[in-house]
Design a protein around this ligand. Structure first.
Ligand code: NAD
Length: 488
């Protein structure tokens, strides 16, 4: 069975190819027949059907991953580097198939899928390959050797918003470290994961090193979290799911890493170049239709510059082309699923009810469409820090402009949510920006919209999670540390 030959064409996923799991190096049927549809959010039509697994499928995958661990964890670094290199090359070779599939399963605009979703996913593999090639697994200090060893069998649970990117951000460092893995992708966007499973097979990964079981969080995700023979679980998703995973994992004392929600601030200091940074800030908040946990959705601006910011923000938001994700002109496609559409509508209504001032967008579907989960890019101004729209993650193209009176006030507002994933500061005076960055409780702070750095550790303070992904920090999450004292 070869899903890759069948999935790429738009609106033509073969339902049969989706009804298998990848366990122990081959496509295999689930223990019990159960399935769920995959819906294209642009048309609301069913475009595939995936098998949904059970605890029995998880058991089979764990047995395979455990059996493969001794060989993979002690394999020569050069072998692992070679396989990661092949995975990287194959993602680039199959870029178009991935882009089409991502667009189909979660509505990514095709240009965005080609330019961002796929290449950035490939970057995580390249970075893991490069780090592995020169990583020092053993250092000796004062006669004591410190050895980094792979933690073991890892369960990896990923969300629907950046499906392939979230997969490679976990799978690549885990494989580089020498771990074996069981991936459970989001049940809402599982098709690119099937392509990825075929790709790792084609890259020559030994059987059992990578396994994929599809299914729901409460069934397959929970079985993974509880499983006594899994050493670590890494989840990216909502705070709700992250907390449930930690609870379920507690009994078996496995390592838990969580990449959860965000409500990221974007502070504009008075000397910033507003004509430049306001449009960039709006586009950063709305990237991927606002479905990014690190989206800077709270623009915190000097009160005496509010009118200027509003005009620039409205002009930028009104110019965004929302449309069919298959069109090259489209900047924002639909939201990824119906539940997300309803959630965003609820939050826009909440903003209006709480008295925030709508300066563009608003409730309802984009007028040009009678179907599809298309939301209007929406900007609220005069938002107060305690409003729901300023506190809760919306995960849609909804920007809150919040005025401040002093820089201390701006920092207080920036730190006033339960999240701490990411933040932005804009200023021409870099020292002033750095000083503000040092006062923000978040895992990443971006000064003046820098280029993406795939080596920069990513993860949350406060309720945004535990642990870090990307670069060497992400790799080291998959190690145990052993001290051999008296090593000589
Ligand atoms: P979700 O929490 O519903 O699902 C995420 C994953 O967790 C899915 O694979 C799901 O099946 C699984 N899951 C759900 N319940 C589970 C349970 N009880 N046990 C085990 N697994 C379970 O989230 P979503 O709707 O897919 O994604 C949106 C949310 O994820 C947003 O809140 C967003 O901020 C967050 N997110 C965070 C990051 C990050 O890096 N911090 C990245 C993307 C998304």
């Amino acid at each position: 069975m070869n899903p890759i030959s069948q999935v790429p064409e738009r609106d033509s996923v073969d339902p049969h190819t989706c009804r298998s799991f990848y366990i122990d190096g081959r496509w295999t049927s689930p223990a019990h027949p159960a399935s769920m549809p995959v819906v294209n959010p642009a048309t609301e039509l069913v475009v595939g059907e995936i098998a949904t697994g059970s605890a029995e499928d998880v058991d089979r995958a764990v047995v395979a991953a455990r059996a493969a661990f001794s060989g993979w964890s002690t394999s020569p670094v050069a072998l692992r580097v070679g396989i990661l290199d092949r995975i990287h090359q194959l993602i680039l070779e199959r870029k178009e198939a991935f882009a089409q599939t991502l667009s189909l399963e979660m509505g990514a605009a095709i240009g965005f899928a080609r330019a961002m979703q796929v290449p950035l996913a490939a970057e995580h593999v390249r970075v893991a390959r490069d780090l592995l090639a020169s990583y020092r697994f053993r250092t000796v200090e004062n006669g004591t050797a410190i050895v980094r060893e792979p933690i073991g069998v890892c369960a990896l649970i990923t969300p629907w918003n950046w499906p392939l990117y979230q997969i490679t951000a976990k799978v690549a460092p885990a494989l580089a470290a020498g771990c074996t893995v069981i991936l459970k992708p989001s049940e809402l966007s599982p098709l690119s994961a099937l392509l990825f499973a075929q790709l790792v097979h084609d890259a020559g990964l030994p059987p059992g090193v990578f396994n994929l079981v599809n299914g729901s969080g409460p069934e397959v995700g929970d079985a993974l979290a509880r499983h006594p023979d899994i050493d670590m679980i890494s989840i990216t998703g909502s705070n709700r799911a992250g907390a449930l995973v930690a609870q379920a994992a507690a009994q078996s004392v496995k390592r838990v890493t969580q990449e959860l929600g965000g409500k990221s601030p974007n502070i504009l200091l008075p000397d910033a170049d507003f004509a430049k940074v306001v449009p960039l800030g709006v586009m950063a908040a709305f990237r991927n239709v606002g479905q990014s946990c690190s989206a800077p959705t709270r623009m915190i601006v000097p009160r005496d510059r509010l009118a200027e910011v509003e005009a620039l923000a409205a002009q930028t938001a009104n110019a965004i082309v929302v449309g069919d994700p298959a069109s090259e002109e489209t900047v924002l496609g639909p939201l990824a699923n119906e539940a997300q559409f309803k959630r965003v509508q609820t939050m826009i209504d909440a903003g209006i009810r709480e008295g925030a001032r709508l300066i563009c967008g608003g409730p309802g579907r984009v007028a040009a469409f009678s179907k599809g989960f298309y939301v209007r890019p929406t900007v609220f101004s005069d938002v107060e820090s305690l409003m729901r729209i300023a506190q809760e993650e919306i995960f849609g193209p909804v920007l809150c402009i919040i005025p401040y009176d002093t820089v201390d006030d701006a920092v207080r507002i920036a730190n006033s949510t339960s999240y701490g994933l990411s933040a932005h500061v804009q200023a021409q005076d870099l020292d002033a920006a750095r000083a503000v960055a040092s006062r923000i409780r978040a895992g990443q702070v971006h000064l003046n919209h820098p280029a993406w750095d795939p080596h920069a550790p990513f993860g949350g303070y406060k309720r945004s999670g535990n642990g870090r992904e990307y670069g060497v920090y992400g790799l080291e999450e998959y190690f145990e540390t052993k001290a051999i004292i008296g090593f000589g």
